[in-house]
Design a protein around this ligand. Structure first.
Ligand SMILES: Nc1ncnc2c1ncn2[C@@H]1O[C@H](COP(=O)(O)OP(=O)(O)OP(=O)(O)O)[C@@H](O)[C@H]1O
Ligand SMILES: [Mg+2]
Length: 425
């Protein structure tokens, strides 16, 4: 969720950025932009296209979702053992995330080790923008349910306290696995499984009747269950897509530095293709093991997109950007296809594929160095049809360095003084 809530709402007609404790959010208000006061989402559609055009919902409607349990603050205090430091499992800009326990039947607080484990996110008390993002999360996750979206169990609105209660994701975030010092390196098969799960989540959002644009796709928002199934979390910045003849929605620019699409940062015009760009950045992180932005590096190496782009269309040079932690244990052809796909995702918006196309392409990739079969991949549940696809041939034969160079990601934009240094950078 967002991490510059209070400050964000004060920005007006200027580009601005705010110091944060966690990863960096980009915030900017464009003079010709508008921000809708109430988020709209399609009705819960469980993988099917929704039938009706959604309408804005009141706070009361959002909070009365039959899918969500309202908790009192003292219930969540008990569930997390009074938010004890040893229950802490993470921190983001939104606040702290604690492990808690609930009775499986009643969802009342349970003793540690009894009942179901949950993750309780506690908002830092930082004003209107925080409440707005908290409400947006309740709105979207109260209605949208899918195997690749994290399940929201309930919420707490108690005085100034704002909390969210999620299913617990035992393997934490992709960010931790890729970048935390000492983390066990992820295999190629696992990386591709995570990419497929996350792509499926985004495809689901984009394919709803009124497409939902996620707007905050990044490694820290991809959570993993015990089998490395990926689920998207944090819908605080999600936005209903354009309706009617409109090609985009105009918004206050919000997102995370290094992941946000350059044309969105420049214009405030949000489309589903902005999510595709962010997906391309995460795919590059999976291939290279490098952060989207790393301020400990110098020059072009600080920005993953700028650094990796020249290598993506060159089969012989690709190894130079591949994660050395893979120790060469990946199918080279599949890595090249994935690199070409990433290049298309970060290219100029009109050349970017739809998420459904990205998903189909990823599902064609072999999982291991020596096998095209997912059954030999070491992760049984990673389903991926291995039949040769016309898509795959298309990527290999039609996308080249010229296509990649069309992605006009200008360093000047990405290094704007209005951007800030991200976590780990
Ligand atoms: N449902 C969950 N299950 C397990 N761990 C979780 C869960 N939700 C969050 N976490 C952990 O808490 C960390 C912080 O999450 P949070 O969403 O607050 O911030 P973030 O995504 O890291 O940063 P940002 O505020 O920029 O979105 C995550 O990176 C993850 O490790
Ligand atoms: Mg998050």
């Amino acid at each position: 969720m967002g991490n510059c809530f209070g400050a964000r709402s004060k920005v007006d007609n200027t580009l601005s950025s705010h110091p944060t404790s966690g990863s960096t959010k980009v915030t900017a208000r464009i003079s010709h932009s508008y921000t809708s006061s109430s988020p709209t989402v399609p009705a819960y559609n469980n993988n099917k296209k929704s039938e009706s055009v959604p309408s804005p919902r009141s706070e009361g409607d959002i909070l009365s979702s039959p899918n969500l349990k309202p908790f009192t603050f003292s219930e969540l205090k008990n569930a997390t053992r009074n938010f004890r430091p040893d229950s802490l499992i993470g921190e983001g800009g939104f606040g702290y995330v604690y492990k808690g326990w609930l009775d499986e039947q009643t969802l009342s607080a349970a003793r540690p080790g009894c009942g179901i484990v949950v993750a309780v996110k506690k908002l830092k008390p930082e004003g209107f923008q925080g409440h707005k993002e908290w409400l947006s999360e309740v709105n979207y996750l109260g209605q949208l349910q899918h195997q690749n979206l994290v399940k929201l169990i309930g919420y707490c609105l108690d005085g100034d306290n704002r909390l969210l209660v999620y299913e617990y994701m035992p393997k934490g975030s992709l960010e931790n696995h890729l970048f935390r010092r000492g983390a066990q390196p992820l295999s190629w098969a696992t990386r591709m499984k995570v990419a497929i799960g996350a792509a499926r989540g985004l495809t689901f959002l984009h394919d709803s009747e009124q497409q939902v644009i996620y707007r905050d796709f990044k490694a820290s928002n991809i959570l993993l269950d015990t089998d490395f199934n990926a689920k998207l979390s944090d819908f605080g910045l999600a936005k209903a897509g354009p309706t009617g003849d409109l090609s985009h929605v105009s918004t206050q620019v919000m997102g995370t530095h290094g992941y946000a699409a350059p044309e969105y940062i420049a214009t405030g015009r949000l489309t589903a293709k902005c999510d595709v760009y962010s997906f391309g950045v995460v795919l590059l992180e999976l291939l290279s093991g490098r952060r989207a932005v790393d301020k400990t590096k110098s020059g072009v190496e600080q920005y993953l997109v700028d650094w990796a782009k020249p290598y993506l269309g060159n089969r012989r040079k690709l190894f130079r950007i591949m994660d050395t932690k893979l120790e060469g244990q990946y199918p080279q052809k599949a890595a090249f296809t994935a690199a070409i796909l990433a290049a298309r995702c970060i290219s100029d918006a009109k050349f970017r594929p739809q998420m459904s196309e990205v998903l189909a392409a990823l599902q064609q990739l072999p999982f291991t160095k020596h096998s095209g079969s997912p059954s030999r991949a070491g992760h049984k549940s990673a389903s991926s049809p291995m039949a040769k696809s016309p898509l795959r041939q298309k990527y290999s034969s039609t996308v080249n360095d010229t296509d990649i160079s069309r992605g006009r990601i200008r360093s000047s934009q990405m290094k704007s003084p209005f951007m800030r240094s991200p976590r780990g950078g």
